[in-house]
Every structure is written in C-alpha cells, then in structure tokens.
Design a protein around this ligand. Structure first.
Ligand SMILES: *Cc1c(COP(=O)(O)O)cnc(C)c1O
Length: 434
C-alpha cells in the first residue's frame, strides 16, 4: 500500500510568507488565510472556510470567479493550441475581441475609438493615455484630482493623490496639478468653476494642460462619485482650453456603475478612456487605452511592451462581452442590485450619522474613522465576508460585490456587514458618538 504524500500547499507553512515574500504584501495581512479555490461569489480557504467576496479583486471580478462560460472558452482555446503569446501580431483571438468590442460595445453607444493594447495592467493604460495626450498637445502638464488613484508607475503615480503611495517614488513627481474633485470643499463650492477660473487667469500659475484625467467614481480614493453636471463641465473646460479629457474607467468601467462605461448617458464623450481590471472578465491581466481616431498619432512601436495584449484574456473578454453585453438584461440587474445596496446604506447612514457614497454597484459607507472601518471589516472577515476599506484615512467601507451576485446572497452579505456595524457601534464607538 502506498500513501500519497500531502500536497505541500495543504501543509500549513505560513512562515514561508514571512520568510520569503516581500513586506510589500498588503491584502494578505488583513485576510491571513490561504485560498485554494474560488467559484462565482465564493472563495474557499484550505482549512474549509468559505468567504463571500465583496471585494472582487478591487472590481477585477465583476462577473465572479471562474465564470463557467469564460472558463470553458479558455479551456477550449488552450486545448486547441491557440496562440498564448504573440507580441502584437494579428491573432484569431485578437480579431474576435476587436470585432466583438466594436459590435457589442462601441457601435451601440455611437462611440468611435481606436484601441491600443498596452502592457496588461491598468497603470500601463494610464501611462499610454498621458503620454499620448502630451505628444498630441505638445504640453507637459496634466490635471488630476484630489483622492484620484491611477496606478503605481511614475507617470500614473504622479497623477495619484495618496501621499503614502507617492512617497514610494523616490524621485520628484512632477508635471501634474492636483485640483479639487467634485465636492472636495463641500456641496456649496463648485470645484469645476474654480478650475475654470484658474485656467482662464493668465496669472494663476496653472499652465495650460495636456489633459484632464478623472475617475467618475474614485475607487481607491473613497468612493466619491462626481455628478454628471460636474463631469460635463470638466469636459467643456478641457475642450475650451485645448486639453484632452481622459476618463480612467479602470475600476468604474465594465459594468460596475451600471453601463459598460461609467460615463454613459452623461452627455459628453471623453477623448481617451482607460480600461483594465474587469476587462478580461475572468481576472486575467488585460488593459486598453481607447482614443478618438484623430489622436492616433503614434508611430509604430513608439509605445511598446512585450505583453501587449494577452491572448487568453482576449478569449475570456470576448466571451464576457458576448454573454453579458449583447442585451440590456445584465445592466438592469446591476442597477437593481446597486439600489439594494444604496437603500441599505441610506438606512445605516441615517441611523448612525454615516455618509453613503458611490454609484451603481460601486458603493461606500464613510464611517468617519479608519479604526472603526477596520474593526468592522475585520469582524466581517471573521464571519466569512471579504470586504475592504478605501479613502484618505481608510474610513470608507467599500462594497464591490461581483455584479452577478444573486439578490438574496447580496442581502445576506449586507446583513453580515450591518450586524458588525451594530456590534461595533454598540461597544467602543457608542461613547464617542454621544
Ligand atoms: C486599479 C486602478 C489603476 C491601476 O491599475 P493596475 O492594474 O493596478 O496597474 C488605475 N486607475 C484606477 C482608477 C484603478 O482603480
């Protein structure tokens, strides 16, 4: 009789992470389990624990984990020896993706964009966007916004607000001006008007910008959602001052706020759009920079990258576009689920004096302190709910549940969150609140 040795990953050796993995790891610290499997809205650890995923890879898993349709498409593609890596060569998978993207996303929305396959992470798409804007306009300065998050490479990091992230650069982060986002000075100050005033004043010290880079909902920066009026004004300001409008839709796009793009039906069209996170549909790395055809002034290879386009991601992205975006059913589901979260957050905000933020299925509850938020999310994790915080002081509890979640499961997850909010407020924070 032979005994099969236990696979090494089943033997608890947490020390390996302390011993070998860089201290830069972060999410693993708040959720110190070892995960082995995931399906739909659930993740499973190797000790038999099951977790409801309200983080979705920071909105990278909008369609849940290992969606059967995408999984099968990828399995078939690999089984048929489809191209895995092809630099930027024409491949069957790329053609399928581009034609599907044109048919299902661009044409029905009346959008005419060229698609640039950048390196496969979001920050690559942002780098390409700001590089292109600088090239086309011949200007250097980019306007970004307070609490904006755009990635970790130097160009994108310069556009990011967070001081701790910026501090990692080790060199000056320049040629970006961080202007106040919608609502930054409260509801009575229109920060778009302030920006217009500064750009119109030749003595304001603000140089003419190459681009205005904006998130419609700030995913990492606290779930602040800009109003359509404010965004329209920003679009007009960009146009009036010869700057290109870049919408960073890496987190808010791919259905998170309801439509495929977060700016749909708002009455303006960005010059450049960045997409990543949920674009591949299955959590595979894949990023795109979209821009108006007249901006396509790149010379061949001017912005390069070994992993431009990821053929496996083309396959799963195409399957996701066909399955979820060929009609309006999915969008209606997302809107309804978003309203469920909104109603619950409204109730909690009223009861406890919190503030609710966000749009669609991209929602936050500002509980006022990072400590309280961490207490609540930590307790949720102990009860099998993966949920994270966001904002300048990590004071906003964010709900980024998979968009495909059943209403009943969504409600069950919100129940866990609510009960832990009640528990936290009934103990340490009850005194502070009085
Ligand atoms: C996550 C994110 C990025 C960066 O994407 P990476 O894949 O982490 O490089 C850029 N912009 C926004 C809005 C994001 O949410």
């Amino acid at each position: 009789m032979t005994t099969t040795p236990k696979p090494s990953h089943q033997i608890p050796d947490r020390d390996i992470y302390e011993r070998r993995e860089s201290g830069v790891r972060s999410y693993a610290r708040a959720m110190p389990r070892q995960f082995g499997r995931a399906e739909n809205v659930w993740m499973y650890d190797n000790q038999g624990g099951r977790y409801l995923d309200f983080l979705s890879g920071c909105s990278t898993l909008n369609y849940g984990h290992n969606h059967p349709i995408m999984k099968q498409a990828l399995l078939d593609y690999i089984a048929g020896d489809g191209i895995t890596h092809g630099l930027d060569l024409h491949t069957d998978a790329k053609q399928d993706f581009l034609t599907t993207f044109e048919d299902v996303i661009l044409k029905p929305r009346g959008l005419d964009y060229r698609a640039m396959f950048t390196g496969p992470t979001g920050t690559n798409a942002v780098e390409a966007a700001i590089k292109l804007a600088r090239k086309v306009t011949g200007r250097e300065m980019v306007i970004a916004f307070t609490n904006g998050f755009h990635g970790m490479t130097l160009g994108a990091l310069a556009c990011t607000g967070n001081a701790a992230k910026r501090g990692g650069a080790g060199v000056p982060l320049s040629h970006v001006s961080h202007e106040p986002y919608d609502g930054y000075y409260g509801p009575d100050v229109d920060t778009a008007d302030l920006l217009e005033q500064r750009l119109a004043d030749p003595s304001s010290g603000l140089d003419a910008p190459a681009a205005i880079l904006v998130e419609t909902v700030q995913g990492e920066g606290g779930l602040n959602a800009a109003s359509p009026e404010w965004l329209r004004k920003i679009a007009q300001i960009a146009k009036a001052h010869g700057a290109l409008l870049i919408v960073d839709d890496i987190q808010a796009g791919c259905g998170r706020t309801g439509g495929f793009f977060s700016f749909e039906d708002m009455g303006f069209t960005p010059d450049i759009v960045t997409l990543a996170k949920s674009l591949s549909g299955m959590g595979l790395p894949f990023a795109l920079t979209l821009f108006s055809p007249e901006l396509d002034q790149w010379s061949p290879g001017e912005h390069n990258g070994t992993f431009r386009g990821n053929n496996h991601a083309f396959v799963t992205a195409t399957a996701a576009l066909r399955h979820f975006w060929s009609d309006d059913t999915f969008q209606a589901d997302v809107r309804r689920r978003g309203e469920l979260v909104e109603q619950r957050f409204d109730k909690l905000a009223t009861e406890f004096g919190f503030e609710q933020r966000g749009r669609g299925m991209m929602r936050g509850l500002n509980v006022g302190s990072g400590e309280l938020a961490a207490t609540i999310t930590g307790a949720c994790f102990d009860q099998g709910l993966i949920i994270e915080t966001s904002g300048a002081h990590d004071e906003v509890i964010k709900v980024l549940a998979p968009l495909v979640i059943d209403d009943a499961v969504l409600i069950a997850g919100l129940d866990i969150l609510e009960s832990n909010i009640r528990a936290a407020m009934a103990t340490d924070y009850a005194v502070a609140a009085e």
